[in-house]
Design a protein around this ligand. Sequence first.
Ligand SMILES: C[S@@+](CC[C@H](N)C(=O)[O-])C[C@H]1O[C@@H](n2cnc3c(N)ncnc32)[C@H](O)[C@@H]1O
Length: 220
Amino acid sequence: MTKTGKGYKGIGMEGPIARWYDTNNGKAPDRYDEQVATVRRHAPKGSRILEVAPGPGYLSIALARTGDYTVTGLDISETFVAIAQGKALEAGVPVDFRHGNASDMPFADGAFDFLICCAAFKNFADPAGALREMRRVLRDGGSGLIVDLRRDVSKEAVEQDVARMGMGVLSRAFTTFALRRFLPRRAYTKAGFEALVSKAGFGSYEVRQTPMALEVELRK
Ligand SMILES: C[S@@+](CC[C@H](N)C(=O)[O-])C[C@H]1O[C@@H](n2cnc3c(N)ncnc32)[C@H](O)[C@@H]1O
């Protein structure tokens, strides 16, 4: 397990980068409604949910708002943890946003019934360690969902996705460039993810593809 090191690939998301990401993602609330609906299909009422790498915390807060779940978030960016804690306070919902590394989680074995990790896995410096930790913190029979950019994403899929985000011209150009040029280099193909997850010791897993993403369903 990587207990030292920065934990992520590239420059990380602190300070102005985190604030820029927060501003732009706040303009696409539909995205989080869809994610809540997805979690509802997987996690029954009363589930203890962990969001790995929640960033500004929109999904975790939306899940807590339902009143059906106990929600915890774990992110390596101190700026994002502070932003997310502030938003939860403002929304008046209880989410336990913690600072920490996906490959060295500060949680007991079996602490969660369900976990979700969106748009983040490709950034982890120790992906095998993160999967090992995800398995450890899930209870027996618990399940998880990882959703992240696919390495072989098409230009058309990126353009459609970015158009939905409702961003200004500059942010749109930068986001398109990032999703087309440098982020896919970190991302996984279906076969690449299957090779990784097959070694993580889950009882079962399935890797599906959408035009933008890989959706990885895990069961302990
Ligand atoms: C692109 S953001 C995605 C945020 C959010 N899940 C979303 O869908 O908007 C990637 C997130 O991964 C986090 N991250 C990167 N490496 C991490 C690690 N090793 N452990 C925990 N979080 C990490 C970053 O700080 C950032 O919040």
